[in-house]
Design a protein around this ligand. Structure first.
Ligand SMILES: [Ca+2]
Ligand SMILES: [Ca+2]
Length: 312
């Protein structure tokens, strides 16, 4: 099937970009020192992170500034922020910016964001295996979950099928030919998000496969997510895709809807694909809605297709 290699190319591109822009970038501050010195810095950084990373973090697109704890006269790591601007439990979450609170501060005495503390990916980097709560709002980025954690949106625990007119955590891509959320670690739950594709070619909403270290992933649950409004133009795409080297991924209570494309390409609502020796095994796909996939030309789509590389 032509769809499979496109998804593989996609995930490998994401992995390469992540390698360039992720932890390696932080280490570039030691440029000019000896390689041995760089390794020492890496080790001490990782030790420090293991000792001090919180197990629970929050991300908000519109924090309210509460306290300038270091009297710096601006937003800095360690200041107190609260979610006063949200409609769900306003001011119910108080966090320490850059420690267990990430994102943008839009009201109060000092506003803005800081590099390393601004994005959902920053929150994942800054959290030990535990829970990252992304509060209601809209976030434009490609999220890579590269450690075992629970990744909760505003509607975590709420069945996505027919869910409407409630405050959502919306993640939308900044470019085409990417997965909006990539799960590449075992024991990850993605619960209660909306993935909004927009007018970006080649988008996959949520993709599960470790194309970096090629370890088989188990214990992954994708539930209660809306994946909607993809205008894929002349390209392929999909809603939720289980990729190679996975075992027992559960996909349930999701609502996949409103995909359009304009050429002879394929779109998959929910699917699984593997490679010989790298199968997607035991995928447990149940209780999802896939609807509103609209095409101008011929296209094949399946909500749960069978393939020789998908082992039972
Ligand atoms: Ca400050
Ligand atoms: Ca918000």
């Amino acid at each position: 099937m032509a769809f499979t290699p496109a998804i593989l190319r996609l995930s490998r591109t994401v992995a390469r970009d992540r390698g360039r822009a992720g932890r390696g970038y932080r280490l570039s501050t030691s440029r000019g020192r000896s390689p041995g010195s760089r390794r020492l810095r890496l080790e001490s950084l990782e030790v420090r992170q293991m000792l001090s990373l919180p197990a629970m973090a929050y991300v908000d697109d519109n924090w309210s500034f509460l306290a300038d704890n270091d009297s710096s006269g601006d937003l800095s790591v360690g200041d107190t922020v609260t979610n006063a601007n949200d409609s769900i439990d306003p001011s119910g979450v108080t966090a320490t910016y850059g420690v267990n609170g990430f994102g943008n501060v839009t009201s109060g005495l000092y506003t803005g964001s800081l590099p390393g503390s601004a994005t959902i990916n920053d929150a994942i980097t800054g959290t030990a295996s535990g829970t990252v709560n992304v509060l209601e709002g809209t976030y434009q980025e490609q999220v890579t979950i590269d450690k075992s954690l629970t990744f909760n949106g505003a509607q975590a625990g709420a069945d996505a099928r027919g869910r409407d007119a409630v405050a959502e955590t919306i993640i939308t891509p900044s470019t085409g030919n990417v997965a909006v959320i990539t799960v590449q670690a075992p024991d990850v739950t993605v619960d209660g998000f909306t993935v909004l594709g927009g007018s970006n070619a080649g988008i996959t909403g949520i993709y599960v496969s470790d194309q970096v270290t090629y370890n088989e992933l188990s214990g992954v649950v994708i539930e209660d997510n809306i994946v909607r409004d993809f205008d894929l133009a002349d390209s392929e795409g999909g809603g939720i895709i289980v990729g190679p080297l996975t075992d027992g991924v559960e996909i349930a209570y999701n609502d996949i809807r409103d995909f359009t494309l304009s050429s002879n390409r394929s779109v998959v609502g929910i699917g699984a694909h593997g490679n010989p020796g790298e199968e997607a095994r035991n995928a447990n796909i149940h209780d999802n809605f896939v609807h509103g996939l609209v095409f101008d030309h011929f296209v094949s789509y399946e909500s749960n297709f069978r393939h020789p590389d998908i082992a039972p």
